[in-house]
Design a protein around this ligand. Structure first.
Ligand SMILES: Cc1ncc(COP(=O)(O)O)c(C=O)c1O
Length: 445
C-alpha cells in the first residue's frame, strides 16, 4: 500500500475491503481471507472470477485497435453484435447501442423512447413513468425515473418529476389488495397514471421485470407484463425493460421479460453482459422504435467509450463461455436449489419473505413476522447482517431504498456449488440471529 493516505472510496465505507485476487466464487482479501461472493459483486459476476479468456481477448483487442469512435466498425464490435443477435436477443431486437454500464444503458433507453416520438412529430410525448422501489441508475435522469427515494432525494430539485406507479410488492401490497383477487391492479395503476397525465405527454414506461436489489427480488405476478404491454400499446407508449440485473441468464432465462410472455420495445442491460470483466452496457430496440429516427436521420448519441473494442471483446468472451458451458441452465438448476435452501429460513421468526428467481434471490427481515413491523432504521439490521456475513467470510448484497429496508440479496455466480449454497445460507441464518439478538420479539421458539 502507498505510504501517503489515499482517499478511497470517496467517503469512508464499511465495505472498503482490500481485495487482491478472486477465483471462482471467492474473493481473496489482502489479509489472506477467502470471502464467498454470495452476491456476485453487485449481481454482476456470472461465469465466476478469475477466468483467463476475457482478459486474453481484451489484450488482443487492445493491441489490435485501442480506440476508434463508436460508429466505426471493428471486428470486436461486429463479433459481439453478431453474437448478441444470434444467441441472446429476443426476436425483433435488431438495433443495438452500446455504452459503459447500466446507468448509461437506461439513460439511452429513456432518451430513445423520447426520440422515437419526437422523430414521429409527437413532440409532446416526453414523460417516462417508472415505479416506486425500482432503481434505474445513478445519473440525474435515471434517478428521477427510479423509485429509490434515498438516492433520488439529493438531486430531486434538479430533475423534472414524473409520477411513479406502485410496485408489485405483494407482501405489502401498496393498494392493500391480495393476488389473485387483485387482478394485478398494480399494472392498471400504470394506465391510470398515463390517463391522468395525458397519453399525448407520455413517451415511455420503464420497469425491471424482476425488481433487483432496491425492492429485493420482487417477482411480477403472472400476467403483469402482458398487462403492461397492452396498456403501452393502447396509448402508443414505449415499453422499456430494465434488465441491467436480470439480463443474460441471471433469472434462468436470457431476459426475464422474455420469460413473461410480453416483449418490451427497448431492453436496457449491463452487468452480466460482461460478467464483470469489463464495463459495458447495451440498449436494444426493435425496428419499430428505430424507424422514425432513421427517417429523420437521428440516432441515439454515443458515449466516447461506447462499444469500446476491449470491452466488446470481453463481453464476447463471457457470452461465449455462458453458451459453451451452458451456464444459464446451471443458473436455473442452482437457482432452484438456492431457493429451496432459503425456504428453510422462512422458519426464522424474523424472516418475512424469501423471494426471487434463478440466481437472483432475496430475503426480507422484519421485527415481527405477523404484523410485518420493520426494525427501526437506526437498528441498522442490513449492515449488521452484512457484517455478520463478512465475519464468517461471506459477502451478501444490501438491498432496499431507505424506506424499504432490511432486504438481503443473494446473486452468486452461476458456477456456485451445492456446498457454497449451504455455506452462504447457514452463515446468513447465523448473521440474522446475531443482528436481531436482544430484540424481545425475535426470540426463537
Ligand atoms: C436495475 C438496475 N438498473 C440500472 C442500474 C445502474 O447500473 P450501473 O450501476 O451499471 O450504472 C442498476 C445498478 O445496480 C440496476 O440494479
Amino acid at each position: 500500500m502507498a505510504d501517503t493516505p489515499v482517499n478511497w472510496p470517496f467517503t469512508p465505507s464499511p465495505l472498503a475491503i482490500d481485495i487482491v485476487g478472486a477465483q471462482g466464487c471467492h474473493l481473496h482479501a489482502r489479509d489472506g481471507r477467502k470471502i464467498l461472493d454470495a452476491a456476485g459483486g453487485a449481481m454482476v459476476v456470472n461465469i465466476g472470477h478469475g477466468r483467463r479468456e476475457p482478459g486474453e481477448a481484451m489484450a488482443r483487442a487492445s493491441s489490435a485497435v485501442s480506440y476508434v469512435i463508436p460508429p466505426f466498425v471493428t471486428p470486436q464490435r461486429m463479433q459481439l453484435a453478431e453474437r448478441l443477435q444470434r444467441d441472446w436477443l429476443p426476436p425483433g431486437f435488431t438495433r443495438l447501442h452500446l455504452s459503459s454500464g447500466g446507468s448509461e444503458a437506461v439513460e439511452t433507453a429513456i432518451k430513445l423512447a423520447r426520440q422515437h416520438h419526437f422523430a414521429k412529430g409527437d413532440t409532446g410525448k416526453w414523460k417516462v413513468i417508472g415505479r416506486d422501489l425500482s432503481y434505474h441508475g445513478a445519473t440525474v435522469a435515471t434517478l428521477e425515473i427510479g423509485g429509490h427515494a434515498a438516492r433520488r432525494a439529493p438531486v430531486a430539485a434538479m430533475a423534472r418529476e414524473t409520477p411513479k406507479a406502485p410496485p408489485h410488492y405483494c407482501l405489502r401490497c401498496p393498494l392493500g389488495k391480495t393476488y389473485p383477487t387483485c387482478d394485478v391492479a398494480c399494472a392498471d395503476e400504470v394506465e391510470a397514471i398515463i390517463l391522468r397525465e395525458g397519453p399525448d405527454t407520455v413517451a415511455g414506461v420503464i420497469a425491471e421485470p424482476v425488481v433487483g436489489s432496491s425492492g429485493g427480488a420482487l417477482e411480477p405476478p403472472p400476467g403483469y407484463w402482458r398487462k403492461l404491454r397492452a396498456i403501452c400499446d393502447r396509448h402508443d407508449v414505449v415499453l422499456i425493460a430494465d434488465e441491467v440485473v436480470t439480463g443474460f441468464g441471471r433469472t434462468g432465462v436470457r431476459f426475464a421479460s422474455e420469460g413473461e410472455g410480453a416483449l418490451p420495445d427497448i431492453i436496457a442491460t449491463a452487468k452480466g453482459m460482461s460478467g464483470g470483466y469489463a464495463p459495458i452496457g447495451g440498449t436494444f430496440a426493435t425496428e419499430r422504435i428505430a424507424e422514425p429516427l432513421e427517417r429523420t436521420g437521428d440516432a441515439p448519441m454515443f458515449y466516447t467509450f461506447s462499444a469500446h473494442p476491449a470491452a466488446c471483446a470481453a463481453a464476447d468472451a463471457v457470452l461465449d463461455i455462458l453458451s459453451k458451458e451452458d451456464l444459464m441452465a446451471r443458473a436455473r438448476v442452482m437457482g432452484d436449489r438456492l431457493g429451496a435452501r432459503l425456504q428453510r429460513l422462512k422458519q426464522h421468526p424474523n424472516v418475512a419473505e424469501v423471494r426471487g428467481r434463478g440466481l437472483l434471490r432475496a430475503i426480507e427481515i422484519v421485527r415481527d413476522r405477523e404484523t410485518l413491523e420493520r426494525f427501526p432504521a437506526e437498528a441498522n439490521i442490513t449492515m449488521k447482517v452484512l457484517n455478520g456475513g463478512l465475519a464468517e467470510n461471506v459477502y451478501f448484497y444490501p438491498g432496499g431504498t431507505g424506506a424499504q429496508r432490511d432486504v438481503i440479496v443473494l446473486a452468486p455466480p452461476f458456477i456456485v456449488t451445492d456446498a457454497e449454497i449451504e455455506t452462504m445460507c447457514a452463515v446468513l441464518e447465523r448473521a440474522i440471529d446475531r443482528a436481531v439478538e436482544g430484540d424481545s420479539l425475535s426470540s426463537r421458539a
